[in-house]
Write a protein that binds this ligand. Structure first.
Ligand SMILES: Nc1ncnc2c1ncn2[C@@H]1O[C@H](COP(=O)(O)OP(=O)(O)OP(=O)(O)O)[C@@H](O)[C@H]1O
Ligand SMILES: [Mg+2]
Length: 456
């Protein structure tokens, strides 16, 4: 027994073939053949009539004669493809019209069958044309769905380590689990945070970002939880915190390792109970927020040292996505380099065909201590400086050319004033991080703010 199916629905699933010929006999014969083989059939006596059908019905395939009164097959094809681009066309060609049939294929017809045609060949051609159409429709649908899922999140990377990170990120995106993104500076933690939000069901809601390193304790708490007038010196008026702004969406806590222990306690409470109070208020606020956190510090080590609460660490680290440094990503260096080349060539309105072999070798040799950010800055510079048509070694920064590793040497003769020696070291460190002040600060054991100050 087969399941009962509504007749109209099952028949609507069969492809609709429109037979167009000015000889009614031929129309009838072809119609019969196709109906017997499971197709739905419509007929038309010339091109104009056929266009009417195309406007009204979803026709899968048009089987048309070339020479007809009023409107012939070629004009029907041209107009028909505009009205219904997905519809396939198969041309019936008589003696002396083969050339026109070939022209028709250039205009997008699938194939032609020659008169007098056999039923076998006609059926085969019709089936193949419909198969091509089905595949194209499927491809289109797949691409549409992929774009829907992936959005425009440009995460470039083909190496196994990156694929794994992307796979994990995609899997956890749809849950509300807290994700801790770890990895060196410039490895793409924020890119991944954006992607996770974009892949999640919260994608249409807010994505709020707060950097825990940029603000001193009170200001960070005010930023996160909001405040009432007079909550602290300078708190005039009322302010909604980032937790509230992120309600229904995602809150991204960047550099979470820099958070003070007091603020950590408050954060833990929101994570455990979903409640908090604005500074200077004792009214509890409830929020529905998905938390993503990032750090380039070794949090486990901070826990051991007592700088980071263990319970908070476990709360944040429900899922860990570890982003590998660029030097561990092999082929991704050139992939990313090409991606940035195109991006910045477009931005700068330049025509560049790619990198010379020597440039590729130098890029591959470099260890990229500043990771993707360093690479991106480097390629932007190349694009701006390059005279084309290819980016060559002459525009690569000296650090990259030397294939230098993380630390370059600084020679400071005795007698150098301390301030000057300090500047030399800071500048050299900045060079080796590709200008990334955060990483340089970390290497030097000072804060990024101190670097800014000293540079001024
Ligand atoms: N896989 C990637 N594909 C394309 N661009 C990337 C990728 N990873 C990083 N980038 C680019 O590199 C730069 C640095 O990335 P991002 O800001 O996400 O790094 P981060 O890990 O948050 O660094 P930090 O710890 O210093 O904040 C950005 O301009 C980003 O667009
Ligand atoms: Mg970041």
């Amino acid at each position: 027994m087969t399941d009962p199916q509504p007749a109209d629905e099952s028949s609507a699933l069969e492809p609709l073939v429109l037979v167009v010929d000015d000889e009614p006999e031929l129309c009838r014969a072809l119609g019969k053949l196709l109906t017997r083989n499971g197709f739905r059939v419509a007929t038309a006596g010339d091109g104009e009539e056929a266009l009417k059908v195309l406007r009204q019905e979803q026709v899968h395939l048009v089987l048309t004669d070339l020479i007809m009164p009023r409107m012939g097959g070629l004009d029907l094809l041209k107009a028909g493809k505009v009205i219904s681009p997905e519809t396939e066309f198969v041309i019936i060609s008589g003696h002396g019209t083969i050339e026109t049939a070939v022209d028709a294929m250039k205009l997008g017809a699938y194939d032609f069958v020659e008169k007098p045609f056999t039923t076998a060949i006609t059926l085969k051609t019709v089936r193949q044309a419909l198969e091509r159409q089905r595949l194209q429709a499927e491809n289109l649908e797949l691409r549409r769905r992929l774009e829907e899922i992936e959005g425009t999140h440009d995460i470039i990377g083909r190496s196994d380590v990156m694929r794994q990170a992307m796979e994990t990120a995609r899997q956890v995106a749809t849950s509300t689990a807290t994700v801790l993104l770890t990895g060196e500076s410039g490895t793409g933690k924020e890119v991944f945070a954006d992607a996770i939000h974009g892949w999640s069901e919260r994608r249409d809601k807010a994505m709020v970002k707060v950097s825990c390193a940029a603000l001193p304790e009170t200001l960070l708490e005010a930023e996160l939880f909001g405040y009432e007038p007079g909550a602290f010196t300078g708190a005039v008026g009322q302010r909604v915190g980032r937790f509230e702004s992120a309600h229904g969406g995602t809150l991204f806590l960047d550099e979470v390792g820099e958070m003070s222990l007091t603020t950590q306690v408050k954060l833990l409470r929101v994570l455990q109970e979903g409640v908090f109070e604005r500074l200077g208020s004792n009214q509890e606020q409830t929020v529905d927020v998905r938390l993503l956190a990032a750090t380039n510090a070794d949090l486990a080590q901070r826990v051991e040292r007592g700088d980071f609460r263990e319970d908070l660490f476990y709360r944040l680290n429900v899922i860990n996505v570890e982003l590998p440094p660029l030097r561990a990503r092999g082929e991704d260096v050139i992939l990313l380099a090409n991606f940035f080349l195109q991006l910045y060539a477009q931005k700068n309105d330049k025509e560049l065909g790619g990198f010379t072999r020597q440039a590729v070798e130098a890029l591959s040799r470099h260890s990229w201590p500043g990771n993707v950010r360093e690479l991106e800055n480097c390629i932007e510079r190349c694009v701006v400086l390059s005279k084309g048509p290819f980016v060559d070694v002459d525009v690569l920064p000296p650090t990259v050319l030397a294939g230098k590793s993380r630390f370059e040497q600084v020679t400071i003769p005795v007698g150098t004033p301390l301030r000057q020696a300090e500047m030399q070291l800071i500048e050299a460190t900045l060079r080796s991080t590709g200008g990334d002040k955060d990483t340089a600060a970390r290497i030097l054991g000072i804060t990024a703010r101190t670097i800014y100050r000293k540079l001024q």
